[in-house]
Design a protein around this ligand. Structure first.
Ligand code: SF4
Length: 254
C-alpha cells in the first residue's frame, strides 16, 4: 500500500512543510515587490490620500521619498490590495445583477477620474451608477467600494463613514467636488462574512473645500522644498508609530 502521507512536505534541501511554505511565499513576495518597484513613483496627490491626517507624511509620499529601512509595502500588503480588486469585481457583478447600471469604465476603456492643478491632484473613481432601482438615491451617483476586515467593517456600520473612516470620507468628498456629482454610494464588503453595507454620502462643500485647500498648501510646500508641520509633538503619537517615514521625520529632518 502506498503511504500517501509519507514524507509529505519534504523537499530536497528543505526540512518540512514550513520550509516549503516559506520558500514559496518568499518567491511570491519577491515577485509582487518587483512588480511594485517597476511602477513609476507617484509625484501627485491622489484623492485616496488627501485625507491622510499628517501633512508632512503626504509631503514625503508625493516627493517620492524612500520609506525608512525595513518599512513600506510588504508582500502581504500588496496581496491585500490585489484581493481588494477581486472583491470589488464581485460587488460590481452583484450590483449589476440587481439592476444597478454601474459603469466602471469610459467608452475608451479608461477609468473615470479627474486631474487638476496641472495634474498634481488626481483621482480615479471605482464607478458611477447612472440608473437603478428606487432605493432613495438620485442617479447618477458615484460609487466607491472597499473590502474591509470584520472589525473595521463593523466599526463602519456602527459609526458611519465620516467618523469611522475619515480617509475614505475625504476621498469621496474630493471625487464629488471635482466630478460635480452630489452623492456617492459607498459600498463596503466584510471580507470575513461577505456581508455588504452601503452608505449614501452627500457632498459637503465645506469639507471638500478645506480638503482641497490643504492639498494645494501641501503641494506648494513641497515645491518650495519645505516640510509641512508634523502631526504630533513627539514620536510616540499613534499616527507616527505606523508611519513609514518616522525615522527620517524625527531623526533626520528639522
Ligand atoms: S512620523 Fe509622524 S509627524 Fe512624521 S511624517 Fe510620519 S506621521 Fe507625520
Amino acid at each position: 500500500m502506498i503511504d500517501l502521507n509519507h514524507g509529505s512536505g519534504a523537499v530536497y534541501g528543505g526540512t518540512g512543510i514550513g520550509s516549503v511554505a516559506e520558500r514559496v511565499n518568499l518567491l511570491l513576495d519577491d515577485a509582487l515587490l518587483a512588480e511594485r518597484r517597476a511602477q513609476t513613483p507617484r509625484t501627485y496627490l491622489g484623492a485616496s490620500r488627501i485625507g491622510e491626517p499628517c501633512a508632512r507624511r503626504l509631503a514625503f509620499e508625493i516627493s517620492a521619498t524612500l520609506p525608512d529601512e525595513g518599512r513600506g509595502f510588504d508582500g502581504r500588503a500588496l496581496r491585500i490590495f490585489d484581493a481588494g480588486h477581486v472583491f470589488e469585481t464581485l460587488s460590481i457583478r452583484w450590483l449589476r445583477a440587481a439592476g444597478f447600471d454601474l459603469r466602471t469604465e469610459r467608452r475608451d476603456g479608461g477609468q473615470f477620474g479627474f486631474s487638476v492643478a496641472g495634474g498634481r491632484i488626481r483621482g480615479h473613481i471605482d464607478g458611477v451608477i447612472v440608473a437603478g432601482p428606487e432605493v432613495g438615491l438620485p442617479w447618477p451617483a458615484l460609487w466607491e467600494h472597499k473590502a474591509l476586515n470584520a472589525r473595521s467593517w463593523e466599526d463602519l456600520v456602527k459609526k458611519g463613514l465620516k467618523e469611522s473612516k475619515p480617509l475614505y470620507w475625504a476621498q469621496v468628498q474630493i471625487y464629488m467636488a471635482y466630478l460635480d456629482v452630489p452623492v456617492t454610494l459607498f459600498s463596503a464588503l466584510n471580507k470575513n462574512t461577505q456581508e455588504l453595507f452601503h452608505e449614501p454620502v452627500r457632498f459637503d462643500p465645506t469639507d471638500a473645500q478645506a480638503l482641497s485647500d490643504r492639498a494645494v498648501a501641501i503641494l506648494r510646500a513641497v515645491d518650495a522644498g519645505e516640510l509641512p508641520p508634523r502631526i504630533a509633538a513627539n514620536s510616540d503619537h499613534w499616527v507616527c508609530r505606523f508611519c513609514d517615514y518616522a525615522q527620517r521625520c524625527w531623526e533626520q529632518t528639522p
